[in-house]
Design a protein around this ligand. Structure first.
Ligand code: ACM
Length: 268
């Protein structure tokens, strides 16, 4: 059994020090709760709704070095895993990324593939598949916020063996929390969505961070406004059971030869 946690808070736009303080508090709370694997929201080091590229750049840091990722590395060094959304500076380029630190080292970096609305003014979209990685004998997948709207992402993670999808988010549309129940069910995986609360300029974030099960259950959900960490104790191996009925194994029943149009990008 693993204790999976999702943390939410009202991060402050372009205020590095305030966000570091919030993150320290959330990490302390997660440690007190005995959480093994923790998800922090998207862009937790920076806030979300930037006014300019310069503002985004002023709070960006690299995936391997900086005050924010140092907190994550240190927290994970006692046999734990943490995923955090990162406003990432890589050379001259900014990415909306998620970093995974596990057992005191950088496990993987994912750069958001599906940028939402104004994000395209600041970030370059990632060009790599969302990762699946092993940790302590279990398999974890990773995607960021608006990736949820593209069910191919969750399916790809599940087909590559992910038992749980870790999902840092800054949700502004009203549908994701409910849709993640379906992402769970249709892929028979756990999901852990860590969402933001509060307001950045004209955008409000919905909180309601949650963990769902492979049969589409809501295992735990935070409220819409508090800074808090909620968690569920789960057996991730349950996600390996893909039997929907005695005659229907989810993956064996797929008909990929009928879905080949999924591999073609539509022209406008
Ligand atoms: C979003 O992708 N942050 C809405």
């Amino acid at each position: 059994m693993l204790k999976i946690g999702v943390a939410q808070a009202d991060f402050k736009l372009a205020d590095r020090e305030a966000n570091l303080q919030i993150i320290r508090r959330l990490l302390e709370e997660a440690a007190r709760a005995g959480i093994d694997a923790l998800v922090l929201p998207e862009l937790a080091n920076s806030g979300y709704n930037f006014e300019s590229l310069e503002q985004a750049r002023s709070v960006a840091e690299t995936a391997s070095d900086g005050p924010y990722v140092s907190l994550l590395r240190d927290w994970s060094s006692t046999g734990k895993l943490v995923v955090g959304g990162l406003c990432e500076l890589a050379g001259e380029t900014l990415f909306n990324s998620a970093v995974v630190y596990a057992d005191g080292r950088l496990e993987t970096v994912y750069r958001k593939a599906h940028l939402f609305a104004n994000e395209r003014n600041f970030f370059k979209p990632g060009s790599e598949k969302p990762p699946v990685f092993a940790w302590h004998g279990q398999k974890f997948g990773l995607m960021i916020c608006f990736d949820w709207f593209f069910p191919e992402m969750a399916r790809s993670l599940a087909l590559r063996g992910a038992q749980i999808i870790l999902h840092p988010a800054n949700l502004v549309l009203p549908w994701c929390q409910k849709a993640m129940l379906t992402r769970s069910l249709e892929n028979r995986v756990f999901t852990a969505t860590a969402n933001r609360t509060g307001i950045d300029r004209d955008l409000a974030f919905s909180g309601l961070s949650q963990i769902t099960s492979p049969i589409g259950e809501l295992l735990v959900q935070a409220d819409g406004m508090s800074d808090e960490v909620v968690f569920a104790e789960v057996d991730l191996n349950k996600a390996d059971n893909k039997w929907v009925t005695k005659q229907n194994d989810l993956f064996q029943c797929r008909r990929p030869e009928l879905y080949d149009d999924l591999l073609v990008k539509q022209e406008k």
